[in-house]
Each structure stands twice: as C-alpha cells, then as structure tokens.
Design a protein around this ligand. Structure first.
Ligand SMILES: C[S@@+](CC[C@H](N)C(=O)[O-])C[C@H]1O[C@@H](n2cnc3c(N)ncnc32)[C@H](O)[C@@H]1O
Length: 272
C-alpha cells in the first residue's frame, strides 16, 4: 500500500514494448466519445478545465513565440487548439507509431480520421467565435510542421534528431505515465526542461493521485503524484512555478483512478 502511494511499483510499470503493442488510438478515442465529446466537450468538467486553462495560458498569459514542442501528443490534437494561435510552428511527438499515424490522418484530412470538430468548435466558442472552427482546423494543420518519434526516457528524446530548444514545451498526461518512479519523473522533467529556451515556458497537464489508466481492455501504469512532488521536480529543473491549478475530479474507475487533474505553467530561469 505504501509503495502504491509513493509511486507505481517498478514491476507494474508499463514499458514501451507494451505501449507499442497495446496502446490502441481507437480505444483511447472511445474515452473522449464517452465523456460527451459527441454532444459537447463543455459537458465534461475535466476537458472544460483543461481547454479553458490552455486558452487562458496561450491567449492571455503572454506565452507565445516561434516554436512549441508537444511531448507525448498521442493521437490527440485538442491540446494544441489554443497554442496554434500563439506559435508559428508546433512540433508534435509520440512514442507510438500508431498514434503518430492517427495524427497524420487528421492532418491530411483522411476520411477515417477521428472527428475532432466538436472539440474545435468548443475551443472557438471559448475564444469568442464558434463559427471560426474551419479556419482554426486549417490553422492547426498549417502550424503542426512535424510529428516526430520521441522517447522521453532517452537522453535525447528525439534521437537521432537534435531538436533546438523551443519557446514552450507542452505535455499532457505523458510524464506521469512514461515514468517508472519518482526518480525517473524528476529526470524526465529535467530532460524536457532542457528542450525549453532560457526564460521560456513549460506547460503540463497531469493526473494527480492515480496509479493507472485504461485504453480499451488494457491497463497502463501511472506514478502516484502529489502537487508537492511536481513543484519539487519543477524547482530542481530550474523553473519557477507561475501557476498551478488543480481540479478535484475522480475519473470513473473503468478509465483511471486519478483523483485530481493538475494544470501547471512554469518559467525557466534566465541564464546569465
Ligand atoms: C495518456 S496518453 C496522452 C496523450 C495526449 N497527450 C493526450 O492528452 O490525449 C499518454 C501518451 O504518452 C505516450 N508515451 C508513453 N511513454 C512515452 C515515452 N517514453 N516517450 C514519449 N511518449 C510516451 C503514449 O504513447 C501516449 O500517447
């Protein structure tokens, strides 16, 4: 019990082989469908919290620039809908080829791609003009310049490519699932922190207090995180926390056992 609360036990950790084998983008999309995406993402408190925070961060938080890197994008694009208005270029990335291919399907308007339009309309509504959704879809398609293979547990996550530091690194629900324990999580924060330019920003959406999530019938591990553990890791990586908001939200146990969702914005120390 103690081990569980401190983090997923090493033996339970979902390694990359299992991700390649069992992470099914279609199973992952079912979660969004079941959470009301078909009706309106605004009906889902968790999505509303994330999308509104992303909007505030990129539209009003002064976080803008040339390049944003998204680590562990999965097959998803929702997390980039506000960012594409504030960055000239987005680099998306994921460990699993099927996820990258699913994103490419949406980028090239493949009829079999997941329908993100209700999510896009909802973000346009938050931004003040629901009618602009087609324009936003095109803007995001133009702004995502690359979808790269990435393993954030490698010394260089984009090996063999070397990606120059960006104005902002974003990551939603990835670090806590890609880390086998708190030590790896802290080194993961340092690693993705090194992809941020001096004075640039790190934006993280995370599950707090959870140990697993489900994709279809398959269980994936997650390390048990508290806000204090996250703040400590951020500080150690030479970032200042700009804000850290928490939504108390118990996921249905059939999907995950996280107790809260965290939204964090941190700024990297200026190098002398
Ligand atoms: C819970 S999903 C989140 C996906 C997406 N960011 C979202 O918010 O919907 C976790 C993602 O992390 C990716 N992932 C797991 N281990 C990783 C690693 N070591 N490096 C990069 N991505 C990883 C998985 O392939 C998966 O797409």
């Amino acid at each position: 019990m103690l081990c569980r609360r401190q983090g997923t036990m090493e033996g339970d950790f979902t390694g990359k082989e299992t991700y390649h084998l069992n992470f099914d983008p279609k199973g992952y999309f079912n979660m969004y469908k079941n959470f009301g995406l078909g009706i309106s993402p605004g009906n889902d408190e968790r999505l509303r919290f994330i999308l509104e925070h992303l909007h505030k961060t990129f539209a009003h938080g002064g976080i803008r620039g040339d390049t944003l890197i998204d680590i562990g994008s999965g097959p998803s694009i929702y997390q980039l809908l506000s960012a594409c208005e504030s960055f000239k270029e987005i680099i998306a990335s994921d460990l699993v080829e099927k996820n990258r291919e699913e994103m490419q399907k949406w980028l090239r308007k493949d009829p079999k791609a997941f329908n993100w339009t209700p999510m896009v309309k909802y973000v346009c509504q938050i931004e003040g003009n629901r009618e602009r959704w087609m324009e936003k879809e095109e803007k995001l398609r133009r702004t995502i310049k690359q979808v790269l293979p990435c393993d954030m547990n490698l010394a260089n996550p984009f090996n063999p490519l070397v990606v120059p530091p960006a104005d902002c690194v974003l990551s939603t629900y990835c670090l806590e699932v890609a880390s086998k324990d708190l030590h790896t999580y802290r080194s993961g924060i340092r690693k993705i922190g090194s992809l941020v330019k001096s004075g640039g920003h790190l934006v993280l959406v995370m599950a707090l207090g959870g140990t697993y999530y489900m994709v279809g019938p398959h269980k994936f591990s997650c390390i048990y995180l508290t806000p204090e553990m996250v703040k400590e890791a951020i500080k150690e990586a030479r970032f200042d926390t700009v804000h850290f908001d928490i939504l108390n939200f118990n996921m249905p146990m059939t999907y995950a056992n996280g107790q809260n969702v965290g939204f964090l914005v941190a700024q990297k120390h200026q190098e002398a």
